[in-house]
Write a new protein. Structure first.
Length: 166
């Protein structure tokens, strides 16, 4: 099963980054390129433990619909969203947040995504060759958007070192 691990440095507290990642409106703004929007469940405000949201978007020129539930919620350290219906055979996205030991004004945000495509061996090939790189770019753009939005909210300027590392 493919896995994506990303680390992003964000100039904000773990609480602020955690909250931003669960903000439906900020998520929608970060995914403008795919016209992603919440159409069911919690469609505005902040998600919390047990909440369900249905996302609609366009990827690869096709409409996608995915419903996820927040299955673990430990503010400000960790939350997990998992697909309960949608295009993947499996989708589990763990979000982790910790202060940077070298700079407590920076949060280390880690994304761990495990997913699988339907359709057996052909789906597994598509997942590794097409979906994994596409999703890595998508989540990287989202993380960079969130990092920038948090800096702008605080009225600061983006410092070197922010961004996503593979």
């Amino acid at each position: 099963m493919p896995r994506i691990d990303l680390t992003t440095r964000v100039s904000a507290t773990p609480e602020a980054v955690f909250d931003a990642c669960l903000d439906v409106d900020l998520h929608t703004a970060s995914m403008g390129a795919s016209d992603e929007r919440a159409t069911g469940g919690v469609t505005a405000g902040h998600l919390s433990a047990g909440d369900v949201v249905t996302w609609r978007a366009r990827h690869f020129g096709l409409p996608w619909r995915m419903t996820v539930r927040i299955t673990d919620h430990r503010r400000p350290h960790r939350f997990v969203d998992e697909q309960i219906s949608g295009p993947f055979a499996r989708w589990r996205h763990e979000h982790l947040f910790a202060p940077d030991p070298a700079d407590p004004s920076v949060t280390i945000m880690c994304d761990r995504i495990e997913f699988g495509a339907p359709m057996g061996p052909a789906g597994a090939l598509v997942a590794h060759v097409v979906l994994r790189p596409y999703l890595r770019r998508l989540i990287t753009r989202r993380n960079n958007f969130l990092a920038g939005a948090l800096v702008n909210r605080a009225g600061g300027t983006r410092r070197r070192g922010n961004g996503t590392r593979p």
